[in-house]
Design a protein around this ligand. Sequence first.
Ligand code: AHG
Ligand code: MN
Ligand code: MN
Ligand code: MN
Length: 337
Amino acid sequence: MSTQKISLTRYLVEQQRNDGSIPSQLRLLLEVVARACKGISQSVNKGALGGVLGSAESENVQGEVQKKLDIIANEVLIEANEWGGHLAAMASEEMDSIHLVPNRYPQGEYLLLFDPLDGSSNIDVNVSIGTIFSVLRKPEDNGQGVQESDFLQAGSQQVAAGYCIYGPQTTLVLTVGNGVAMFTLDREQGSFVLTQERIQIPADTKEFAINMSNQRHWAEPVQRYIGECLAGKEGPRGKDFNMRWIASMVADVHRILMRGGVFMYPWDKREPEKAGKLRLMYEANPMSWIVEQAGGAATNGHQRILDLKPAKLHERVAVFLGSKNEVERVTSYHDAA
Ligand code: AHG
Ligand code: MN
Ligand code: MN
Ligand code: MN
């Protein structure tokens, strides 16, 4: 067996050669995003020594107080991606509106969306956080340049999606629609090395992830599903369940990719619009595609998330994703309600 390490670069080149699923501009884009994640990882690792912890004095379009690292990560991604000629525009959790590639640079064929720093509440307590990204093709130019409406494509239109988790290891997880591959950052070499391919989420699980403090606000189908899990062996499910909630979607989804589980951020009764907390375009869509590519499922309780047509850039959505049989079960409880 070969002991040769396969770098992200080599993996992408070989994918491009084998089945053409990664055109060269997309390959460049993915390499640039990976490089930016390496930079963010360095800032995260420095923590207090780099002066990157704590809040900035600003609020984002979601009404959240921005952490310094939310802003730093956003800037790193923009600066890395502006000049390469692979992008037409970007959108981010931390920017009110889309960011066009400046005129002085060539314009590429792709649109990049990101949650630059996921799990902001965990930054200052040294718990895993991450970056989530989604890549769309820019629609045909209608002569008006790139507009926000060009981004409003269903998740099924994504051409690449991934996340990077800054945890005990820095790990990049990627799909281009050909299964899910995982790369671990080799800090000595400074490169991402392939450490797992064709990741599969088991269809069944005994582990759920939800913020239980919101229980009293949930709708009936979620009450029923979690109630049955909590009833354990003696209840209708006939088995005991375990619970985990890291409060970084990246870390909760990563655990599910590694050992199965179901992740839920449901709509709750405090929200008139029946959305959820998580953002469709740069959290739910990329994570849903990754999970589906690993044999799991992702719905908003009623529909497949990847089929939803976004109405606005910062749209929010209820999320149920992970082990297929559990996601189908909690979705069927919504259908029955
Ligand atoms: P972000 O830090 O990018 O704003 O996202 C936070 C999200 C997600 O990562 C996590 O699953 C969820 O918010 C945690 O929410 P609670 O604090 O309500 O548990
Ligand atoms: Mn946020
Ligand atoms: Mn997030
Ligand atoms: Mn974020």
